[in-house]
Design a protein around this ligand. Structure first.
Ligand SMILES: NC(=O)c1ccc[n+]([C@@H]2O[C@H](COP(=O)([O-])OP(=O)(O)OC[C@H]3O[C@@H](n4cnc5c(N)ncnc54)[C@H](OP(=O)(O)O)[C@@H]3O)[C@@H](O)[C@H]2O)c1
Length: 258
């Protein structure tokens, strides 16, 4: 019988955290046969793939496009791989007052950050086996409703809640789900996020690199952690959100403008 190939699937692979996952999984998992990279910008994925050791499959697609998702499902059915790791890193955020941001773009956030992540998880789960990992990019914005970052923070609360619950369903089958909750990470994320309003200065003080974020995420996923919070400042922030009155923190966030 033909041996099924093992693969890693990474969305958001054209930039930032997703591209860094491609590089670090390339180095860390030599036994995997292929790494599949998903994003809209093919040329940016090509740049990353060029420096990788693994065979890569580039899948240029918009994750909100249902027809493209159908093509991906067909590809998975045809190839019948074992998905060792799924990283859902495609996503974006917009800073600013809800009323002043474009409604269409805020709804697009729901599609990319929540709906597409859910679809991809559903599509790939049947191809996983004991030891497989699902790594979902949430955010420390998931811990607290955030005025002037309202829809983004709500999306990430969804990702965190969904991932923790799903992890309990899949753990008996040896499939572990990790929600990664970084604070600010130095990527192109802010090129789009700051289109309407600037990121508050206090957030840039705690910014970490994509390398650190991904390295902590992969260690946490290996250790089967359900929630991974890279960097010490955000671990402190998570504790504050757990133990201090939420209303007080939300008011403080509103004063500091997200
Ligand atoms: N940077 C931060 O401070 C930070 C903090 C916490 C959590 N996060 C989360 O981490 C994840 C990665 O963000 P990042 O910092 O790496 O941002 P980034 O550098 O802007 O990367 C975002 C990635 O998402 C892809 N993407 C966006 N919309 C897409 C669509 N409709 N279809 C397919 N791909 C799409 C982009 O690819 P194309 O444009 O080529 O399609 C790109 O590869 C996001 O979920 C983000 O919310 C980021």
């Amino acid at each position: 019988m033909k041996k099924r190939k093992s693969i890693i699937i990474i969305t958001g692979a054209s930039s930032g955290i997703g591209a860094e996952f491609a590089l670090q999984t390339d180095a860390a998992f030599p036994s995997v046969d292929e790494i599949w990279l998903i994003a809209r910008r093919k040329e940016r994925m090509e740049e990353t793939a060029r420096v990788m050791e693994h065979t890569t499959r580039l899948i240029p697609m918009d994750v909100t496009d249902e027809y493209a998702m159908d093509d991906l499902r067909e590809l998975l059915e045809k190839e019948n791989p074992v998905v060792r790791i799924l990283v859902n890193a495609a996503g974006f955020g917009l800073i600013g007052a809800f009323e002043e941001l474009s409604l269409d773009e805020q709804l697009e956030m729901l599609l990319v950050n929540c709906e597409a992540l859910t679809r991809l998880t559903y599509l790939t789960l049947p191809f996983m086996r004991r030891g497989s990992r699902i790594i979902q990019l949430a955010s420390c914005a998931a811990f607290l409703p955030q005025p002037y970052f309202a829809v983004y923070a709500a999306c990430k609360s969804y990702v965190l809640s969904f991932s923790r619950a799903l992890g309990k369903e899949t753990a008996p089958y040896g499939i572990f789900v990790s929600a990664v909750c970084p604070g600010p990470v130095n990527t192109e994320f802010y090129d789009r996020a700051e289109r309407y309003a600037d990121v508050p200065a206090y957030k840039t003080l705690t910014m970490i690199s994509a390398e650190q974020c991904v390295s902590e995420a992969l260690k946490g996923a290996y250790l089967k952690k359900s929630v991974i919070v890279p960097g010490i400042p955000m671990k402190v922030f998570r504790l504050c959100c757990k133990y201090l009155p939420q209303e007080l923190l939300i008011r403080a966030a509103a004063c500091l403008k997200a």
